[in-house]
Design a protein around this ligand. Structure first.
Ligand code: PBG
Length: 318
């Protein structure tokens, strides 16, 4: 045993950026020395479209194996890429303060969504973003892409007119300059947990990072992820969710999209945080039950078994 805390991370630029900032925060808050350990995952090496990459949480699983094998003590995930099912022997030890949950349009020539000409080519690998683009601009051509953030941005102004990416990821990479419009959450709810990180440890080791825990972020992401879990949906399902706490009131809204974006179902509920032992569980149950009653399971490809559309949860889609 050394006194060093070893933090495992994927080797992508985004993962390294977010792990670096967490390493600094952990070092500052705990006074411990931190070492960053790179771990390769299938999701980083595959060049297949997200549609063709199977399995749940391929980004997460290699990191989890490394943790269980004792190769590192903490791993940093993008929370939205983390399957909702708890992992045996591991703990979601801390949810640090969440960054911007919004999606961002990055278009050529400073264009906003409404200003893109008909037939403009917009890239995304995410079924949710595809449906949202179809819903707001059915005249655009949505192009299925994947690859890292810089690769995607590099195509704007070349073979694509725009891409849609998470604002938080762009910010972590120092690329917020590429954003031409931030898409507001009420018309454009994003992936459950988007913009938040998750610090995972072996069960029993939660204290290693508990100084990073941010309660409001934990409650809001738990509410959003609760919907996904109760719908039995993967994190690449066409589901958007947005929770916030204002004046002690937890507000959760979730939307399920048909693949074509033409049809969608929305449910919103609220609860006072101090009135409930589990406010996140309470609102997510009400929202999920309402969505299922309205026919969410028939409308959209939610689960991973036997669905015709991409529902794997590799998370690259966002
Ligand atoms: N799906 C990949 C992914 N996972 C996390 C982020 C960055 C933003 C975040 O932490 O939510 C991104 C990129 C994107 O969706 O544009």
């Amino acid at each position: 045993m050394t006194d060093q805390l070893r933090i495992g991370t994927r080797a992508s630029a985004l993962a390294l950026a977010q792990t670096g900032s967490m390493a600094d925060a952990i070092a500052a808050k705990t006074g411990r020395e931190v070492e960053i350990v790179r771990i390769t995952t299938e999701g980083d090496t595959s060049t297949e479209s997200l549609k063709n990459v199977g399995g749940t949480g391929i980004f997460a699983s290699a990191l989890r194996h490394a943790l269980l094998a004792g190769e590192c003590d903490v791993v940093v995930h993008s929370l939205k890429d983390l399957p909702t099912a708890p992992a045996d022997g591991l703990a979601l030890a801390a949810v640090p303060k969440r960054a911007d949950a919004r999606d961002a349009l990055c278009a050529r020539d400073g264009l906003r969504l409404a200003q893109l000409p008909g037939g403009a080519r917009v890239g995304t690998g995410s079924p949710r973003r595809r449906a949202q683009l179809r819903a707001s601009r059915p005249d655009l051509e949505v192009v299925d892409i994947r690859g890292n953030v810089d690769t995607r941005l590099g195509r704007v102004g070349h073979d694509l007119d725009a891409v849609v990416l998470a604002a938080a990821g762009l910010s972590r990479l120092g690329r917020s300059d590429a954003i031409t419009e931030l898409l507001e959450l009420s018309p454009w709810p994003t992936a459950p947990g988007q913009g938040a990180l998750a610090l995972e440890t072996r069960a029993g080791d939660e204290k290693l990072v508990s100084a990073l825990e941010h309660r409001t972020s934990r409650i809001t992401v738990s509410a959003e992820r609760g919907v996904l879990a109760l719908l039995e949906a993967g994190c690449a399902a066409p589901v958007g969710a947005s929770a916030m706490i204002e004046d002690g009131l937890l507000f959760l809204s979730a939307r399920v999209y048909a693949v074509d974006g033409e049809h969608q179902l929305t449910s919103s509920h609220a609860a006072y945080v101090d009135d409930s032992a589990d406010p996140a569980g309470e609102v997510s149950q009400r929202v999920a039950r309402e969505l299922l009653d309205l026919g969410a399971a028939e409308l959209a490809p939610l689960g991973s078994s036997g669905a015709a559309e991409p529902t794997d949860a590799s998370g690259a889609a966002g």
